[in-house]
Design a protein around this ligand. Structure first.
Ligand code: ATP
Ligand code: MG
Ligand code: MG
Length: 366
């Protein structure tokens, strides 16, 4: 059988690996941490830093094709893999999804709107930037942020200079306008190495403290918004020559206008609902795409809510299990249930979103 190499050992890698194993593939994972969520289900584990060249060579030697579960792969490793291994997703998409400023410029270059933004390379850039953007605004590091880490909402000059002097220590930054969205949406789109594309149903996402709390599918928006969200995702994946999975996070204004917030070149938390609620999951689709198999149907089987289980929720969930017989329980095998850490998720499919919500509410108290 064929072996798929995965860079990164987190829960996204784990769910990719589980989908791949169901299709008869073997899995090798490159991950520095011991006993990682993906390492636990992989056939081979290479325990080394992501930028270790010898480790990348070893992964390439035992794998027929290589993919990744996170976008912060250093560019030299990505280039080496593109030249020396079968790495169908290539280095290009990693370059612009690793860097918010480049990402926004790239999205704009294919005619898709993003929130007004301005580069902040040094503290001197702040004044000119805020004149253009206005308050309230959000200052974000260009590199390395996730779950709201590396960003600050700023309402006046004082907050802005404080935030800039702090965040500029981490990386260059981008100042963007605060978007008074009425909803957040996301779309996951897949493009196979043969050029075939497929787009998943649009998810409506509810965040708490900048961390995804719930996804509702189908999103409760009108058909034009759904069509436009899908058009944006398909435009990005084809115009930018993306192979594999692209997750597109969107802001929707009251009037239905959409702005892209950010991209992720991999399966996404807001697509976990697809495991139970779609004919093909985002993970199976990703494996099909990088292995060159035909893509599967993305049809939604039933309305669905996915809810994340963070460290502070685990105990409540385990106590509530008797009442959760209609939910699907996913746990990622992480040892320590730290606060805010994503430990697993619940998926409830039902006749309607209202019914799914009632089932969740029996256990998940705010
Ligand atoms: P992740 O990668 O985990 O999704 P992140 O740290 O990269 O998160 P963003 O997606 O940029 O952060 O922002 C996190 C959340 O903060 C958004 O989902 C949204 O709720 C809010 N947010 C970010 N930027 C803006 C903005 N310009 N206007 C309004 N809300 C925003
Ligand atoms: Mg992000
Ligand atoms: Mg985000």
């Amino acid at each position: 059988g064929q072996t798929i190499g995965i860079i990164g050992g987190g829960q996204l890698g784990r769910m990719m690996a589980m989908a791949a194993k169901q299709m008869g593939y073997r899995i090798a994972v490159l991950e520095p941490g011991q006993d990682s969520p993906c390492g636990q289900v992989a056939d081979y584990v290479i325990e080394a830093p992501y930028d270790d060249r010898e480790a990348a060579k070893k992964l390439a030697k035992i794998s027929d094709v290589i993919t990744y579960e996170f976008e912060n792969i250093d560019s030299e490793t990505a280039t080496w893999l593109t030249e020396e291994a079968d790495f169908p997703q290539g280095a290009d998409v990693l370059r612009f999804t690793q860097h918010r400023l480049l990402e926004k410029e790239t999205i704009q270059s294919v005619g898709i709107p993003v929130a007004p933004f301005h580069a902040i390379h040094s503290i001197e850039d702040v004044e000119g930037a805020i004149e253009e953007i206005g308050f309230p605004a959000v200052l974000k590091t260009c590199r390395g942020g996730y779950d709201g880490k590396g960003q600050r909402v700023v309402k006046d000059e004082k907050q802005l200079t404080e935030a800039a002097s702090e965040l500029l220590n981490q990386s260059e930054c981008v100042l963007e306008a605060w978007i008074p969205f009425s909803l957040e949406l996301s779309v996951i789109v897949t493009r196979s190495r043969n050029g075939e594309t497929a787009v998943f149903p649009v998810a409506e996402n509810d965040h708490k403290d900048n961390i995804l709390h719930r996804s509702y599918v189908p999103a409760r928006v009108n058909d034009q918004v759904i069509e436009e969200a899908k058009r944006i995702a398909l435009t990005l994946v084809t115009e930018l020559n993306v192979v594999g999975t692209l997750a597109v996070e969107l802001f929707m204004l009251e009037d239905g206008r959409l702005y892209v917030n950010e991209l992720a070149p991999r399966p996404h938390n807001s697509g976990h609902y697809s495991i139970e609620a779609c004919v093909t999951s985002q993970f199976e689709q990703h494996i099909r795409a990088v292995c060159g198999l035909p893509l599967g149907s993305t049809d939604l089987l039933r309305p669905v809510i996915m809810e994340n289980i963070l460290g502070e929720h685990v105990e409540m969930i385990m106590q509530g299990l008797p009442k959760l017989s209609e939910a699907k329980l996913h746990l990622y095998g992480k040892a320590e249930a730290k606060e805010k850490r994503k430990m697993g998720h619940l998926t409830v499919t039902a006749e309607s979103l209202e019914e799914a919500e009632r089932q969740l509410e029996r256990v998940m108290k705010e």
